[in-house]
Design a protein around this ligand. Sequence first.
Ligand code: AMP
Ligand code: MG
Length: 339
Amino acid sequence: METKIQNITPKSLQQAKEILLGGGVVAIPTETVYGLGGNAFCDSAVQEIFRVKGRPADNPLIAHVHADYDLSLIIDSEPAYAKKLRAAFCPGPLTLVYPSTNKVSPFVSCGLNTLAVRIPAHAGAQALLKEINLPVVAPSANLSKHVSPTSALHVFDDFNGKIPLILDGGECTGGIESTVCDCTGEVPVILRPGLITKEMIAEVVGCCEEYVPALRAGEKVKSPGVLYKHYSPRCKTYLFSEQELALAFSVIEKEQSEGQTVGVLCESDKRALFEEKGVETFDLGNHPKEMAARLYGLLREAEKRCGTLVAIEPTVRGGVMSGVMNRLKKACQSQDIAH
Ligand code: AMP
Ligand code: MG
């Protein structure tokens, strides 16, 4: 199959619509990362997404809708605090999990009785969703476990020959996936941190909790995605804190002595420390939003150029950095090479 990359025009939106209505999948830009879109009402489209990504069958998908979509078609009830969050942050990088009406394909939520819904802010995504006027599931458009895509070319690298169309909406400005917030209980609970922070949610509705997946025997995990290896570059990875710089240098030396090309991912103001020793660096920037926007692109660049990537934890903490650190830790979690 030929994989076309098309800018967003009335013609390419029509092509995307036709593919989606025919049960196919199309990669679409959003302000967070690119998504692999399929009609949420169509079992075979949803199954095709799992197949083409190699996604574990118990990791549910997010339904994306346009800003004027009638949510009562797909969700059963909405607590007052969720309405407030929607008014404050949607369209935007916030996914809300609701009790489901069970109208979308059962494969979307993988047997959970809830549905995750997002209204993306990206103009191209909104235009397509308006055009099709259906919920579109759109998990990150990367092969399962690989780094999420923030450009059309990243998607092409993972899915060339496997999907018919990538809508090119430019580089994603957000850079990490949406905040996932459970709205099925008394108070909002963050299942996955992102650009809409715990502090921002608490400011609007008074409180916000964070889900810690500490499983007891027999207990079901609320958001299966949090358990999986994710976001991994295809090279050996290490992650060191600022206090472990001496250790980082000794690992770099050891890897180099074994013939590996080593790169260092760090904040701008740490680069000189490594570059003066002749080590290539990947510049995260200095500000939280900048780091979020750059992270995945740099991980994808690093895996092309290096056998070993040594990441140094940024010093800034809290807010958006919770999301950035969550992704960075998962990317460097294991020495396994992701396939
Ligand atoms: P992705 O689309 O690849 O960014 O992954 C979607 C994320 O949303 C995963 O971490 C899922 O576990 C989570 N998610 C999707 N649907 C639900 C749901 N109904 N309840 C809880 N988490 C969900
Ligand atoms: Mg993903």
